[in-house]
Each structure stands twice: as structure tokens, then as C-alpha cells.
Write a protein that binds this ligand. Structure first.
Ligand code: BJW
Ligand code: ZN
Length: 289
């Protein structure tokens, strides 16, 4: 049976009006309308690589040039993209509601660029525009690095072609230029580690202070609503926060996803939950208006 709160905007608005503490968990689907591809499903391949194969410390150790080409390209695309109505609706909710906290898995910098208040935003997986040292023990980090190309050797990742045509670097039939590893920048502090993107790869720990702050926020008072926006909810710890924040019989978990109407999704809904199937860029302004 279709749950009563499937695509029920009126009932959602009633619950929203009665809510004081809201948590959001966002994923790549939120930035899809800004033209940035998601990880899983259509558009999730870069050349012939699954994006999640390149997002590991092992891949970087094995082929730092390949991994840097991928990230340099993602930086270029994210810099060209603009925050969309979904990012703006979340930033507006934050400004209205002091007890709204947004957890985002996105590294594209579009939440900050939508002027989402800093203290109401946790970037779970870091940022494409932070640069760290690959030497774990070093600790060097540079924030707000928007260089495009990131370094001269990676210029191919920042090349534009006519609109509508794929970038040369995206076509797996086009050979990648041979870039020697020695042309990638080293850490200015320890002088030995390679610079790497300040994102969280598989098997790496999320920032511990940030995790403590999130747990403390969830435990402080009851959470009235959790918005789960444009994420496949397969990557932990992000995927666990909705249930962590749930107080049985009170907290509404609200799924906003193109895929929100799969039988599994609907079957898992509690009575108080909501599911909205569609594009986050259309749904969020309607829901949060
Ligand atoms: C739309 C839409 C539109 C499309 N509108 N919707 C517990 C259980 C099992 C495993 C683990 C566990 N705890 C930890 C692990 C290991 C691992 C993990 O979770 N593995 C699972 C895959 C099984 N987690 C980690 O390693 C994490 N570290 C950690 O926990 O450390 C401690 C530890 C280590 C080891 C073992 C145990 C503990 C770190 C995870 C880091 C993830 N990093 C990446 C790359 C970041 C850098 C980069 O960007 O390149 O983060 S992976 C990638 O997935 C990226 C994303 O943030 C993340 C989530 O993806 P997301 O955002 O959900 O995107 P998609 O593409 O999957 O989904 C898009 C959705 O949008 C779809 O549903 C569409 O339908 C929808 N959509 N268009 C609305 N227009
Ligand atoms: Zn270093």
C-alpha cells in the first residue's frame, strides 16, 4: 500500500510548522540540477572509472596523477556550477530556524556559495577546495584554494570545449597526456608528501571534532524532522544519521529523491515519515517555502 504521506505536501507543511529542530542530510542529487554528476547511477563514470574507485587512498598511492586529473576536473566543474534553488531553500531555512543543522556529503562548495550560515553546516566529506598533505602525520592543510587549473601540469582537466560537447578528458578513447608525478605539487611544510584534495576517501576517518559536535547536537533535544535529500544513503556514517536522530513516533524522516518511490523506500516508511519523488531543485522550494 502507498503510505499516507507519499507526496503529501499539505501534511508536510503542517509538520514543518510544528517543527523547531530539523536536521538535513544531503547528497549529490542536490547538486545534480547545478550540472554536477552524482556518484552512483547515470553519469557516475569518469572515463572508464567508477568515481568511487578513484576516491580511495590506495588509488592515490598507486596513481596520484590519474586521481588528481579526476579531482582537478571536478574542481573546474564545481567552480563553473552555480548553487541552485535547493541550496538556496536550505540556506533560507537555516536563517529562519536557529535549530536547523545541515549535514552535507557534497564537496562542491555550493552550500557555502548559497550563503548557508557556517555554524549550521557540516561538510561531512570535506571540500574540493581544501588541500591537504598525503603524509598522514604531517597535518598541513590549506583552505580556500580555488586555483583552476590546480597546477600547470593538470591544465587538461580545466579545458573547455564548445557547450554541449564532452570535455576531451572525459572521453576514455582519448589518451591521457603523460604527466610525470614529479610535476604534482609537494607539501610546503614537510616537503615530502604530495598535496591531495581535502576530501574524505573510503576508509578514512571523518573529522573527529565534527562528529562529536553532530552527536552532541542530535542528543541535545528531540529532533522533529530529518530531511534526507538526494542521497543514496549507502555511505556511512552519513547514512546512519536519520535513524540516529529518530525519536520513535515523533520524528518525521522526509526523503526527497528522484528514486523516492521504489518499493523498498516506501516499505521502510514509518507512519510519521514522508517521501517525495522528484528533483530536489523543484521540491525543496515548494516544501520549505
Ligand atoms: C536526485 C537527483 C535530483 C539524483 N533530485 N535526487 C558501516 C557499515 C558499512 C560500512 C561502513 C560503515 N561505517 C564505515 C564504513 C565504510 C565506508 C562505507 O560507508 N562503505 C559503504 C559504501 C558500505 N565508510 C567510510 O569509509 C567512511 N569513513 C569512515 O567511516 O571511517 C571509519 C571507518 C573506516 C573503515 C571501516 C569502518 C569505519 C568515509 C566515507 C567517505 C565517502 N567518500 C566519498 C568521496 C568523497 C570525495 C569525492 O567527492 O570524490 O563521498 S564516496 C561518495 O559517496 C562521496 C559521496 O559524498 C558519498 C555519498 O554519495 P551520495 O551523495 O549519496 O551520491 P549517490 O550518487 O550515491 O546518490 C545520489 C542520489 O541522488 C541517488 O539516490 C539519486 O536517486 C538521487 N538523485 N538526481 C533528487 N535531481
Ligand atoms: Zn606535509
Amino acid at each position: 500500500a502507498i503510505p499516507k504521506n507519499y507526496n503529501n505536501v499539505a501534511a508536510f507543511h503542517e509538520k514543518l510548522a510544528a517543527s523547531k529542530r530539523i536536521l538535513a542530510v544531503c547528497g549529490a542529487g542536490l547538486s545534480a540540477a547545478s550540472g554536477l554528476p552524482t556518484f552512483r547511477g547515470a553519469g557516475g563514470l569518469w572515463r572508464n572509472y567508477d568515481a568511487t574507485e578513484l576516491a580511495t587512498p590506495g588509488a592515490f598511492r598507486q596513481d596520484p596523477v590519474l586521481v588528481w586529473l579526476f579531482y582537478a576536473y571536478r574542481r573546474h566543474m564545481a567552480l563553473k556550477a552555480k548553487p541552485n534553488a535547493g541550496h538556496h531553500a536550505l540556506a533560507a531555512l537555516a536563517k529562519k530556524m536557529p535549530e536547523f543543522l545541515c549535514l552535507s556529503q557534497n564537496v562542491d562548495n555550493l552550500h557555502p556559495r548559497a550563503n548557508h550560515p557556517d555554524d549550521q553546516l557540516k561538510l561531512l566529506h570535506g571540500s574540493l577546495f581544501d588541500i591537504k598533505c598525503f603524509n598522514k602525520s604531517c597535518g598541513w592543510i590549506e583552505h580556500h584554494n580555488y586555483a583552476d587549473p590546480f597546477c600547470p601540469a593538470l591544465v587538461a582537466a580545466s579545458e573547455d570545449v564548445e557547450p554541449g560537447k564532452a570535455l576531451p578528458l572525459l572521453d576514455p578513447k582519448q589518451k591521457l597526456a603523460k604527466i610525470p608525478e614529479s610535476e604534482l605539487p609537494k607539501c610546503p611544510s614537510c616537503k615530502t608528501g604530495l598535496q591531495r584534495p581535502g576530501v574524505v576517501w573510503f576508509g578514512e576517518q571523518l573529522d573527529e571534532q565534527m562528529l562529536r559536535d553532530i552527536d552532541a547536537w542530535i542528543d541535545r533535544h528531540v529532533v522533529d524532522m530529518v530531511l534526507v535529500i538526494g542521497t543514496s544513503s549507502v555511505v556511512y556514517p552519513a547514512a546512519g544519521y536519520a535513524e540516529k536522530a529518530r525519536t520513535e513516533g515523533h520524528t518525521s524522516v522526509v526523503t526527497v529523491n528522484l528514486d523516492a518511490a521504489t518499493p523498498e523506500n516506501l516499505y521502510q516508511l514509518e507512519d510519521e515519515d514522508f517521501a517525495f519523488a522528484g528533483d530536489a531543485v523543484v521540491l525543496l522550494p515548494q516544501l520549505l517555502e
